[in-house]
Design a protein around this ligand. Structure first.
Ligand SMILES: [Zn+2]
Length: 294
């Protein structure tokens, strides 16, 4: 298990700008208020229910470590790669809230992560898989040069070793603090995925709330199989921004997983409780097909 596990217990609040950040909890996570329906829940029930609200079904964000623990076999180890790659703040970005460097250092302390993505290999239901897990707490899961490099590296290893790739997305898109360098990661990851597709290695995407911007416009939409968690916002631009800038009213569920499924953009919506079994089933189907061909 990685060092990140030390920070894996749920923080009292999230650092991202997403509504889940407003989740208020009492000391020691005794009680949690559902960020969607405001139902007050016992912290231990919330954890036991995998952070899915029993009343309204809201799937709250998971940390990368929680997602890994949810998916890989209990007795197997997650072997993390590129753990120490860190952004070198290429534009020396300064905002009203301080330098990018100081923000990155602060996030490393509060999340135990060095970047917004954790990559490595693990075992799901006895089968090896390369995992790329994004964590929205770290600068809104944004993609800069390091995130692009880690994802590309994972894709290349999966291609070379012929093991399926699973990417769980959670991102606000390209990291504006890295300007055009961040945008280039869209092409870099997509090109690596094209080589993987040519080699016939399977790629499963799990879209979690929220997945937007340059991540949606690149590797998040290139899966052989694409599944989403219920209620996940998946869009290039969020519906609220479209409405404000275009002065139009969109149908209620535009931009959410259910709308994408109804319009043929994704293959399925899977409750968090059924996620591991569903992914395991897909991996076994691919494994059986690979064996049948050899
Ligand atoms: Zn709720």
């Amino acid at each position: 298990m990685s060092d990140d596990g030390k920070q894996a217990t749920m923080p009292a609040s999230m650092n991202g700008a997403h509504p889940d950040a407003a989740m208020r909890s009492l000391p020691d996570n005794l009680a949690v208020k559902c960020p969607k329906c405001r139902e007050l829940l016992l912290g231990k029930d919330w954890e036991r229910n995998l952070k899915v609200c029993p009343k309204c079904g809201h799937h709250a964000q998971l940390t990368a470590q929680e997602r890994i623990d949810l998916l890989i076999d209990e007795e197997s180890d997650f072997e993390q790669i590129d753990r120490d790659l860190v952004s070198n703040d290429p534009l020396k970005f300064v905002s009203l809230s301080g330098t990018d460097r100081s923000k990155l250092d602060g996030l490393a302390d509060s999340t135990g992560l060095k970047e917004s993505v954790v990559v490595g290999s693990g075992i799901i239901d006895g089968l090896p898989v390369m995992l790329v897990i994004m964590d929205f707490r770290f600068l809104g899961g944004s993609m800069g040069a390091v995130v692009g490099e880690k994802i590309t590296h994972a894709i290349e290893i999966a291609t070379y070793e012929r093991i399926p790739l699973l990417i769980a997305t959670a991102s606000g898109g390209a990291r504006m603090q890295e300007g055009v360098i961040a945008l280039m990661q869209m092409a870099k990851t997509s090109a690596a995925l094209a080589r993987m597709a040519e080699a016939g290695v399977p790629y499963i995407v799990l879209l979690t709330d929220p997945t937007t911007g340059g991540v949606t416009a690149s590797f998040a939409m290139l899966g052989d199989v694409t599944i989403a968690e219920p209620g996940a916002l998946v869009a290039f631009t969020g519906p609220r921004v479209i409405e404000q800038s275009m002065h139009i009213k969109l149908p209620k569920d535009v931009g959410y997983a259910e709308y994408l499924l109804a319009h043929g953009m994704i293959d399925g919506i899977v409750h968090r409780r059924a996620l591991k079994a569903t992914i395991a089933r897909l991996l076994h189907l691919y494994d059986d097909a690979e064996k049948a061909m050899n």
